[in-house]
Design a protein around this ligand. Sequence first.
Ligand code: GTP
Ligand code: MG
Length: 214
Amino acid sequence: MSEGAWDETVRRFLLEHRFGMDEVVTKLSILRDEFAHLHDYNPIESVSSRLKSPESLLEKMERRGIDLDGPDPLARVRQEITDVAGVRVTCSFVSDVYHVVDLLMAQPDVTTLELRDYIADPKPNGYRSLHALVEVPVFLSGGSVPVVVEVQFRTIAMDFWASLEHKIYYKYRRDVPADLLAGLKEAADTAYALDATMERLHQEVRGLDPLDDS
Ligand code: GTP
Ligand code: MG
C-alpha cells in the first residue's frame, strides 16, 4: 500500500476508534452521573481516554512485523493491535471496579471480547488492574461499524502505583535495576493491602457485614 493510501486509511481508522472511545466514555459518564444523582454514591472516581497517534501506531506495527506492503495491513492491525482506543476508569474501591465493569459489560450493545483480571492475578512486577476488551457499534453515514476499545479499570492505589512504575520503566529504558524492581513489587503489595483495608472500612461504613459476600 502506498504511503498516501495508508495515511487516508489510517485517518478513517483512527476516527472510527475515536468515536468508539467517546461512546464508551459517555456510557461511563452516564453511569457515574446516575450513581451520583440517584444513589448518592459514586463508584467512579475518574475516566480518561487516549487515542493512539498515527506515529505510535506505525511504531507498534513495526514491532509486530506488520508491513505496509504486506497483504491487507489494516486487517492485521485490526486483529493484532487492540489498544488503539484506550479508556481508563479509576474507582475508589476494588468492589467498585468489579461492579462498574459488570454494568458496562451487561449493556446490550457492548460485546466483551476479552477480560483479563490482573487484580485477582497480578503481573509478576506487581501490576494490578482489570482489562476489558470491548466492541461497540459506531453508527456512521454508511452504516454501523464495530470498534474495539480497551478499558482498564483500577483503584486509585493501583493507579498511583502504575503511574510511578511507568515513569521508572521509561526512565531506565525498560532496564530497571533489581533493587528498584523489588521496591516496586513491595509497593504494589502495600498498595493492595491499603485497598483491602479501605474496602473493609467502606463496607463497615455502609453497614454491611464485611464477611458477607452477597
Ligand atoms: P501491550 O503491552 O499494549 O502491547 O498489550 P498486551 O497485549 O501486552 O496487553 P496488557 O494487558 O499486558 O497491557 C495493556 C496495557 O496495560 C498497557 O499498554 C499498559 O497501559 C497497561 N499495563 C500492562 N502492564 C503494565 C505494567 O506492568 N505497568 C504499567 N504501568 N502498566 C501496564
Ligand atoms: Mg503488555
